[in-house]
Design a protein around this ligand. Structure first.
Ligand code: FAD
Ligand code: SF4
Ligand code: SF4
Length: 391
């Protein structure tokens, strides 16, 4: 069924199955290739000047952010990389700061969208210059953890793996000689699995993007061959309807059973995130200050957590002007070095996990800042923790 059987209107809130009409993209895409085709359409038609997406680097564990200006190269960015440690918002801001007025199309996860909105609030970027194609996100696995887990739990040499995916609650690998899946719950009970910030994440469908795309809800003969698209803004509606009209993508209405299933999976994933929050935060609530003091006592003050935080801008600026609130030259620094940052981001931490991921001393920084943010939310807006925006 064509979207344009005489009714050319697509509006916010509409949902579709969509798939690419480009055979090269279809070959590489994760599902229907709608994401890559929509970005390609936007680039070809000068709706954007460039596309920022992610492509595979040395292996499946290596996700590389890539700025593309030649539409032909976009097929290289198709496919999902679940071991990507990327917060793609940060490179986007750097690019926009250096290229004033440039319009960028981007693929974004929930934490990317939230980070971009935080940058916009700080007037670092203009959201009007961004076209955001969101992807639903069940979570990511760090490359180090993925390799360890594949070796120890799957009994497979990680270098022989050519595809990994998270589907129906399983982490699945394809490798030379077969494929294998293990339930994420079982892996996580044994200390493997997704990044700890992803476990606590409840922002599964990025409705703050222009379109939210995923595989949940695609059933029947289109399963694995179409992308589920939810239209989230007028800008998204405009892009989607033009791309469909000009034949870049094909579309059909979603199966009602698929719609129901998508809602249920999203609900189950939110519950899982809440379960992990309770587990992580209950343990901390007994003595948060004591836990912070103990863990940060091994800090080597490398500043990586500050430099990689998407919402900690003033602190990064104060680094340049050397206006430190703690005495310089002390290692480990006074715990106020950390408390200052936690307080500073207590209303805006997006739980992207970059501080923890990139900490040289494996300090569980994201757990602390996320716990403080959620606590602050509950003090000021009791319902915010359950909204679709807050993470
Ligand atoms: P494609 O045309 O193949 O395009 C995929 C796009 O994703 C490309 O632009 C690529 O550059 C980008 N990308 C790949 N890896 C990353 C990354 N790590 N960070 C940012 N961008 C990336 N859908 C669900 O319905 N449920 C889920 O639980 C779910 N979990 C996901 C987890 C991750 C980490 C990612 C990246 C995606 C997840 N998705 C999930 C979305 C799904 O895998 C597909 O991206 C989506 O269905 C679009 O399919 P497509 O064929 O149209 O995408
Ligand atoms: Fe995905 Fe949430 Fe993890 Fe971001 S924090 S990568 S949106 S699960
Ligand atoms: Fe300290 Fe880790 Fe931050 Fe480096 S990244 S300053 S070691 S807490």
């Amino acid at each position: 069924m064509s979207l344009f059987g005489g009714k050319p209107s697509v509006k916010k809130g509409d949902m579709f199955y969509a798939w690419t009409n480009d055979p090269d993209i279809a070959k590489k895409a994760e599902c229907g290739g709608a994401v890559t085709s929509l970005l390609k359409y936007a680039l070809e038609n000068k709706i954007v000047d460039a596309v920022l997406a992610v492509k595979r680097g040395q292996d499946v564990y290596d996700a590389v952010p890539t700025l593309v200006t030649d539409p032909k190269q976009l097929k290289d960015t198709a496919g999902s990389l679940h071991c990507g440690s990327l917060l793609i918002a940060k490179p986007a801001v750097k690019i926009l700061e250096r290229n004033k007025g440039m319009k960028i199309g981007m693929t974004v996860k929930g934490c990317d969208v939230m980070a971009l909105h935080e940058y916009a609030k700080r007037k670092k970027i203009d959201m009007n210059n961004l076209l955001l194609i969101g992807v639903n996100c069940g979570g990511t696995v760090s490359p180090v953890m993925a390799r360890k887990m594949i070796r120890e739990k799957f009994g497979v040499d990680p270098d022989t793996v050519h595809k990994e995916e998270i589907d129906r609650g399983q982490f699945i690998i394809e490798f030379e000689g077969g494929h294998k899946g293990i339930k994420i719950d079982d892996l996580e009970d044994e200390g493997y699995g997704r990044r700890t910030n992803c476990r606590r994440c409840v922002y599964k469908v990025p409705r703050q993007a222009d379109l939210a795309c995923g595989n949940w809800g695609v059933i029947g003969d289109k399963a694995g061959k179409a992308t589920f698209v939810e239209v989230c803004s007028e800008k998204g509606a405009d892009l989607f309807s033009k791309a469909a009209k000009d034949g870049a993508i094909s579309t059909q209405s979603p199966d009602p059973k698929g719609l129901e299933m998508r809602g249920k999976v999203e609900g189950a994933m939110i519950k899982l995130g809440e379960k992990w929050r309770k587990k992580d935060f209950d343990a901390l609530s007994k003595d948060l200050w004591g836990a912070i003091q103990k863990e940060t006592s091994r800090c080597i003050k490398c500043y990586s957590c500050i430099e990689n935080c998407p919402v900690c801008y003033p602190s990064a600026d104060s680094l340049k002007t050397k206006q430190y609130m703690v005495k310089p030259g002390e290692v480990p620094p006074n715990p106020m070095f950390h408390m200052r940052r936690f307080a500073h981001i207590s209303d805006s931490c997006v739980n992207c996990g970059q501080c923890e991921e990139l900490c040289a001393m494996d300090i569980p920084l994201a757990k602390f800042s996320h716990a403080i943010r959620v606590e602050a939310d509950s003090a000021f807006e009791p319902k915010l923790g359950k909204s679709t925006y807050s993470n």
